[in-house]
Design a protein around this ligand. Structure first.
Ligand code: LLP
Length: 435
């Protein structure tokens, strides 16, 4: 469900015509819908709250990696959404956007000592520990921070969860699976039990629970359910060993319909499944959705530079957006629907959708059937609000793609396109080259 619809034929973001936005901001540009973000958060909130007895007062923490624009984060923060973060930069973004520290989860497989210290001082809700080595460093960091703390600035022991690798991977592509036995994330069950005991024995940490995230763009509830059942078993074992366990972080990963397909699980089925597995455990659940909240809340606007019609029949639609602006097709063979902003008449033709980058992988799709398009036509890649702008780069010295947020019929540039001068300013010449 999204809020990019045609009004009098022309595609709009809510009440804002995409043509007018493209004229004002230029292309390529990402455009986000406040109404879609709000709707998706609301649907998940409602679905989770319907199972309060099993899921407790659950935290929904948006996975900032999916879309870290400050205005997008602020939009969600105002609704009460928390943040799942994986770096100091993401924690800083969440705080700057108005997410309180006690709604921020700090995950990630390689947190530096400085990042751990920053998270503790920021008072994050919990740090998800992914290895024994990290646990040891966290104990050190916490202990030295607390030694340095004064009575007036007491530093509490950080809450931690142990990330379990349930050896169940899932997801829309091998490159976005995280829960498999050979994936780098988390620790196997036996080790998680051991780490929990080590954390409990330390006066510098407060173990509160377990976390798990097995992959992204998951279109079946079964692997998730199996993984959560594993978490449940671990909770029971830990409690039998005398440990308190009050939280389960169920990660993100729920897939969204990229092709207009209808086989993705509904949000309410997902919440019901989670409730079924956690029923009677008396834990508070946390969710870390990224794609679910943001994917269909964004499009990437682009203009046709030209149509390269080859003598051998192959037809390339050359766009002014490249893989540096939208990496997903190049990285994961991902599908993004492309629609003309103004409907075009005529028999459908097969186009290869390509960008201007000098790489063969700068191709968004092959043989996409579209009405005849011409140079100057405005088009939109749909479902590009998650893992779109965040993965963009300035490869080929193309200025970083801007972002626009729409709310009703008002809109704002929420990340501007840098000028070439801005780009050069980040690269001071070595002093021996400057004269
Ligand atoms: N929690 C953790 C610990 C994660 O690693 C991730 C995503 C999420 C939550 C959010 O997952 P989601 O709900 O968005 O599926 N760039 C790839 C996706 C990488 C996902 C990485 N981790 C893509 O464009 O498909």
């Amino acid at each position: 469900m999204h809020h990019f619809d045609r009004i009098d034929g022309a595609l709009h973001a809510e009440g804002a015509p995409l043509e007018a936005l493209a004229d004002a901001v230029g292309t390529p540009a990402y455009v986000y819908s406040t109404a879609t973000l709000t709707r998706h958060y609301g649907l998940l909130r409602e679905a989770v709250d319907a199972h309060r007895s099993a899921l407790g007062d659950a935290l929904i923490a948006f996975a900032v990696k999916a879309n870290s624009n400050l205005s997008v984060l602020a939009t969600l923060a105002r609704l009460g959404c928390g943040a799942d973060t994986v770096s100091e930069g993401e924690i800083r973004r969440a705080l700057a956007a108005g997410v309180p520290g006690d709604r921020i989860i700090f995950s990630g497989v390689g947190k530096t000592d400085a990042e751990l210290a920053f998270a503790i001082e920021a008072g994050v809700r919990q740090i998800n520990v992914e290895s024994g080595a990290e646990l040891d460093r966290l104990i050190e960091v916490s202990s030295s921070l607390r030694q340095r703390g004064t009575a007036s600035r007491a530093i509490a022991t950080p809450n931690i969860a142990i990330r379990v690798n349930p050896k169940i991977g899932a997801g829309g592509h091998a490159k976005i699976t995280t829960g498999g036995a050979t994936d780098k994330f988390g620790v196997p069950v036996e080790e998680a039990i051991d780490l929990y005991a080590r954390a409990s024995a330390s006066p510098h940490l407060t173990p509160v629970g377990l976390a798990c995230h097995i992959g992204s763009q998951i279109t079946s509830l079964e692997p998730m359910e199996a993984a959560f059942r594993t978490l449940r078993e671990v909770v029971l074992t830990l409690r039998a060993n005398g440990h308190a366990v009050s939280r389960l972080d169920l990660g993100g990963g729920l897939g969204v319909p990229y092709h207009g397909q209808t086989d993705t699980p509904s949000i309410s089925d997902y919440a019901a499944m989670c409730a079924r597995v956690l029923d009677g455990l008396e834990v508070e659940a946390a969710f870390e959705p990224g794609r679910l909240l943001a994917a269909n809340a964004g499009v990437l606007l682009s203009r046709v530079i030209q149509v390269n019609q080859r003598a051998d029949g192959r037809r390339f639609l050359v766009l002014d957006a490249g893989m540096n602006d939208l990496m997903r097709p190049a990285l994961y063979d991902a599908f993004h629907d492309l629609v003309p902003v103004r409907p075009r008449e005529g028999e459908l033709l097969a186009y290869d959708l390509v960008g201007p980058i000098c790489e063969s992988t700068d191709i968004f799709a092959r043989d996409r059937m579209l009405p005849p398009l011409q140079a100057g036509d405005l088009v939109a890649f749909m479902s590009a609000g998650a893992y779109g702008a965040v993965l963009a780069s300035e490869y080929n010295s193309r200025p970083l793609v801007p972002e626009v947020l729409v709310d009703g019929d008002r809109w704002a540039v929420v990340r501007s396109r840098p000028s070439y001068e801005d780009m050069w300013a980040r690269e001071p010449k070595a002093d021996w080259l400057s004269r």
